[in-house]
Design a protein around this ligand. Structure first.
Ligand SMILES: N[C@@H](CCC(=O)N[C@@H](CSC=O)C(=O)NCC(=O)O)C(=O)O
Length: 283
């Protein structure tokens, strides 16, 4: 492991290892943290890698401790990488009273508006800086990479994957914010980070990307709970994304899951299906 990375904690897990790491990020201009599950197969050979992007209010810990993904990743021989959701630190500006903007809510965009543009570059962090660091320090097969996520991070996975079909072979999402330009969470984040010119938002809106021709060869898997309060509040709009995909000929599997909400109990229930979806493309 290079000097660029500091190990915070490591734990044995399903014959592999869960590790928490920190490093100085050039892209976010602050210290960043992420978690990695290294499956047992990586002791013999390099393995495919699957990135998970978390939702509003999360850090690298939520998915790692709550989703129960390691059992399945160990079975299929996939490395899991879970970054934090925003830049952090005393120098990083925050929206003090908001949990849907600022720290914990980077929305996986490269901010252009001051003061956010000094640190909030989560898009470039996820698609460029973090993979470079992972490739240099862990036994991965870079040409076998997938991406998934939840809510804000589900949308992050959609845009990263759709904008880079050459880098990501598979995409899936749990309850993604599917058309951010059309919901309150997205409008708040995009106007704050990118400014009020909605033309600038299109580059970071999964539904708009599909309408403009972005494609990935394999079907995108989306699970959505029917009892999700954010679905009822029109924050997620999965049907809008699915309709755009259908019109454009992008294969998508949208599964409405009766009785499930927005929580990690929902994610833990279907995590095995998502890991299997990615394993089919990556292994
Ligand atoms: N304000 C509440 C609710 C925040 C919340 O539900 N966050 C979700 C993601 S929402 C969309 O991106 C989440 O993943 N929470 C973390 C968890 O471990 O459940 C709050 O602050 O809790």
């Amino acid at each position: 492991m290079s000097d660029a990375l500091t190990v915070i904690n490591q734990y044995a897990c399903f014959n592999g290892t869960v590790g928490f790491y920190r490093h100085a990020s050039q892209v976010c201009n602050c210290e960043m943290r992420f978690a990695v599950f290294v499956p047992p197969q990586a002791k013999q050979a390099s393995v495919p890698v699957l990135y998970y992007l978390s939702g509003l209010t999360c850090t690298e810990e939520n998915f790692t401790t709550k989703a129960g993904a390691q059992r399945y990743a160990a079975e299929y021989g996939l490395m899991l990488v879970a970054p934090d959701t925003s830049p952090r630190g005393e120098d990083v500006p925050d929206a003090e009273d908001a949990w849907d903007f600022g720290k914990g809510a980077g929305f996986y965009v490269d901010a252009t508006e001051s003061p956010w543009n000094q640190h909030y570059h989560m898009y470039s962090y996820v698609v460029d800086e973090l993979p470079t660091l992972i490739h240099a320090n862990f036994p991965v097969q870079p040409d076998r990479t997938g991406i998934f996520g939840h809510s804000m991070g589900g949308h992050g996975a959609l845009i990263c994957g759709l904008k880079h079909p050459d880098r990501y072979r598979s995409i899936s999402a749990f309850a993604p914010i599917s058309a951010p330009s059309q919901c309150q969470w997205g409008q708040k984040a995009f106007s704050g980070y990118l400014g009020t010119d909605r033309a600038a938002w299109q580059d970071y809106d999964a539904t708009e990307l599909i309408k403009r021709g972005a494609r990935i060869e394999r079907a995108i898997l989306i699970d959505q709970g029917t009892e999700d309060t954010f679905l009822a509040q029109q924050q997620l709009l999965p049907e809008v994304f699915a309709a755009a995909c259908e019109q454009a000929g992008q294969p998508v599997t949208l599964r409405m899951q009766p009785g499930y909400d927005h929580s990690y109990y929902f994610i833990a229930t279907f995590i095995g299906d998502h890991i299997q979806h990615h394993a089919a493309a990556l292994t």
